[in-house]
Structure formats: C-alpha cells, structure tokens
Design a binder for this molecule. Structure first.
Ligand code: S3P
Length: 167
C-alpha cells in the first residue's frame, strides 16, 4: 500500500505507526532515495536538479511497488514524497496499488513545513498554496481512499487506514 499527500501531511509518521500496526515493513521513499544517493534531498535538488530527483523517485517507486523480482508490492507500507504524483507513470502505478491520500488543510501544511529544510517548502504562502492546488487533483486521482486528517493524531489516521485495508 502507498501513502500520498502534500509535504507535511504526516505520511512518514502515519506510515511508521501503520506499518507497526499491520506488522508490515515500512519503506520511506525519500529515505530510500537518500540511501541510494548517499546524500540528503536538499543536496540532490541543489547539485543535480529536480528532474534528476524525479527520475530516481519514479524508479524507486516502481521497485517498491513491485517488491523486487518475484515478490508482491503488497504487505508493505510505502510512504511517498509529496511530489510523486507529478509523474504520469507514477500515477498509473499508484492507481493500480492500494493508495491512500492523507488530506490536510494547506494552511496547516504551510505552518508545519516552515523551516523544515525541504527544497520546495521555502517559497511564499501563495506559491505553496498554488503548488498544493495544482497537485490536489492528482492525489485524488490516484487514491482509493481519501482520509481527512483534520489535525487528528497520526495514530487515529493510521487506524482509519488500517480499517480500510482490512475491510
Ligand atoms: C517533495 C516532497 C518531499 C521530498 C522532496 C520533494 C515535493 O517529501 O520528496 O523534497 O515535491 O513535495 P515530503 O512530502 O515527505 O516532504
């Protein structure tokens, strides 16, 4: 299963709790990219550029969803980066998987991501909200379930996702 949503929506935190709850491994795509590159995301953006990052992100998403040769992408929790839905092929792969969109008020997300060091989290509020609005249809397009996080504790959100997966 895959968790998607804008930066700051709690994908990594909810993913960690959900994985523990289900007894499935957690695969955090951003961390996977950093491990692969042996450098942090801001540095990848700065030195190699966003297209390079996106290409790698797509490749590792596909790998994560297929689970490697002969194994199923099921029974693992994949926490995606916020921009994963920008790639058309990524969206197709996510539509075919059990994908959950963690939706949160962009004003909350804006406050949460200030000073977090994210390369795309440094602009003005207008820029942030424009990016959010541009991506929203993509998150909705790929998701089998939309969870309104509404500033609820991550454990509650994880519980809702787990019920949907078990249901
Ligand atoms: C990005 C979000 C980040 C990370 C990269 C780009 C984006 O992940 O993949 O900085 O384009 O929204 P989080 O959503 O985990 O912050």
């Amino acid at each position: 299963m895959a968790l998607v949503g804008f930066m700051g929506s709690g994908k990594s935190t909810v993913g960690r709790i959900l994985a523990r709850k289900l007894g499935w491994p957690l695969l955090d795509l951003d961390r996977k990219i950093e491990a692969h590159e042996r450098r942090r995301i801001p540095e990848i953006f700065e030195s190699s550029g966003e297209p390079y990052f996106r290409e790698l992100e797509g490749r590792l998403l596909e790998e994560a969803l297929s689970g490697g040769p002969g194994r199923s992408g099921d029974r693992r929790v994949i926490a995606c980066g916020g921009g994963v839905v920008l790639g058309e092929r990524n969206r197709k792969l996510l539509r075919e998987a059990a994908t959950v969109f963690l939706r949160e008020d962009p004003r909350v997300l804006y406050r949460r991501t200030r000073g977090s060091g994210r390369p795309l989290g440094t602009g003005s509020r207008e820029e942030f909200e424009r990016r959010y609005a541009g991506r929203l249809p993509y998150y909705e397009e790929v998701a089998g379930l939309v969870v309104d996080c509404d500033r609820r504790p991550p454990a509650r959100v994880a519980g809702e996702v787990a019920s949907w997966l078990n249901g």
